[in-house]
Design a protein around this ligand. Structure first.
Ligand SMILES: [Zn+2]
Length: 127
């Protein structure tokens, strides 16, 4: 499952989803379409056009880590459960976008492998 917290993203592209850094499980918000991330999702309004100082390229929030879609446990632990507006199945676009991000910005091959496996699991879950 993928947890959506805004649709569309404040830039008007696609949805914003919750992901996590694999290195320390920090949960943050990410728009796979524009590549922007928000390190502290609870501080944002998610209104269209509401852009402030918090927007960063996702690789800066990920800080060299590969990322994965946040699980319900991650989201609960991060206290972000109330932000979730929709749950969506891990479709091939979603799996591909996170794989692509990790292939480009993730530096730890072991973690990339783990992320790929997770993506495959998500894909299997969907099938
Ligand atoms: Zn966007």
């Amino acid at each position: 499952m993928i947890f959506v917290i805004a649709e569309p993203c404040p830039l008007g592209c696609y949805r914003v989803v919750l992901v996590k850094r694999v290195t320390d499980n920090h949960v943050f918000a990410w728009c796979s379409s524009c590549g922007i991330a928000w390190a502290d999702p609870a501080k944002e309004t998610w209104q269209l056009g509401d852009m402030g100082q918090a927007e960063l390229h996702a690789c800066l929030v990920a800080d060299g880590s590969v990322i994965e879609y946040a699980t319900p446990e991650d989201i609960k632990r991060a206290g972000l459960k109330d932000l979730v507006i929709a749950e969506s199945a891990a479709d091939s676009y979603s799996c591909k976008s996170i794989e692509q991000f990790n292939a480009t910005y993730g530096c730890d091959t072991k973690l990339i492998e783990k992320a790929r496996k997770t993506s495959e699991e998500l894909r299997r879950e969907r099938a």
